[in-house]
Design a protein around this ligand. Structure first.
Ligand code: MLT
Ligand code: MN
Ligand code: ZN
Length: 302
């Protein structure tokens, strides 16, 4: 009998929303407890993917990428060389918590950067420092395939999801179908599919179909409820307006899929989200529905 195909490997580099846990300027109960070591700290959102465990690609580059790579020996340069086992950095949007890490990784550029044309143009036009990276930056249209690894096992496609213009670009650019994507990665060896969707304003039919077809999904877990922010900061916009479907709405839909053997992890979890506390009723609801909350350093095989 043929041996089972080698799995795709996934490492969660960071599982929080922008700001991390604790967030430097926040004294909320969860940030206080994270400083006290009572809740696991979280860095800003990104994952790393590999076809063989030897060479890797990143999905988004968070401001914490330097520490995230320091904690992950598989991505160290080969001793005595500048050989870095990093092939591609794919961006799902132009949010600072997804793109600032490109500037942290600005030296040498052995890797290539891939995004939609809108995301590249927005960053190069309005974010002068990103122009340093222009020569390494390739664009792909929605649903156009990109080979992530050299053997062509992992095929990635960005697909559009409901989203918003990043707040730093508000007033500079208007929303566009290419502004916010999620990533689907199919492994030609096993036929398995991963979906990474850290920012989704609404679960529209297209997004649901992608999640339906995924064997493993990372889904926007920024907020637990739609009015989470306005309860602590009166006047703050609701979750949808900020580009994030709340867990309360996605949970029933994903629970139904999880009951059929798919694994779903919430990621990009904001420090306002009560489910960050594993002893909270909200975290219990996520577990009861058969879903999980991603954590930093988590490694998975698919
Ligand atoms: C988000 O995830 O909503 C963004 O990181 C916030 C922003 O646009 O700055
Ligand atoms: Mn974000
Ligand atoms: Zn806080």
């Amino acid at each position: 009998m043929a041996p089972p195909p080698e799995p795709m490997r996934i490492r969660v580099l960071g599982s929080s929303a922008g700001g991390g846990l604790p967030q430097w300027n926040c004294g909320c109960v969860r940030c206080v407890r994270a400083r006290a070591g009572e809740l696991a700290p979280r860095s800003q959102p990104a994952i790393a993917l590999s076809a063989d465990g030897a060479r890797w690609s990143l999905v988004n580059a968070s401001p914490d990428v330097r520490e995230q790579l320091a904690r992950f020996p598989a991505l160290y340069p080969r001793p005595g060389t500048r050989d870095l086992p990093l092939d591609t950095v794919v961006l799902t949007n132009a949010d600072l918590d997804h793109a600032l890490g490109l500037l942290v990784l600005r030296e040498a550029l052995p890797h290539r950067i891939v995004s939609t044309p809108w995301v590249r143009d927005a960053l190069l036009e309005h974010g002068a420092p990103w122009r340093l990276l222009e020569r390494a930056w390739g664009v792909v249209k929605a649903d156009q395939p990109v080979a992530l690894d050299r053997d062509g096992h992992l095929e990635a496609r960005l697909f559009p999801v409901p989203g918003k213009v990043p707040s730093w670009l508000a007033g500079l650019a208007s929303n566009h179908p290419e502004a916010t994507s999620a990533l689907r990665v199919s492994d030609a060896r096993s036929g398995r599919r991963l979906v990474y969707a850290p920012g989704v304003a609404r679960l529209d039919a297209g997004t649901l179909a992608e999640l339906e077809a995924a064997d493993l999904g990372f889904v926007d877990g920024t907020f637990f409820s739609a009015d989470e922010l306005s309860r602590t900061r009166p006047g703050a916009p609701d979750a949808h307006a900020m580009g994030h479907v709340p867990i309360e709405e996605s949970l029933p839909v994903l629970a139904e899929r999880a009951s059929r053997g798919r694994r779903f992890f919430y990621t990009h979890v904001n420090n306002t989200n009560p489910a960050l506390d594993p002893d909270s009723p909200e975290a219990a609801r996520v577990r009861r529905a058969g879903l999980e909350i991603a954590s930093d350093g988590m490694e998975l095989e698919l």
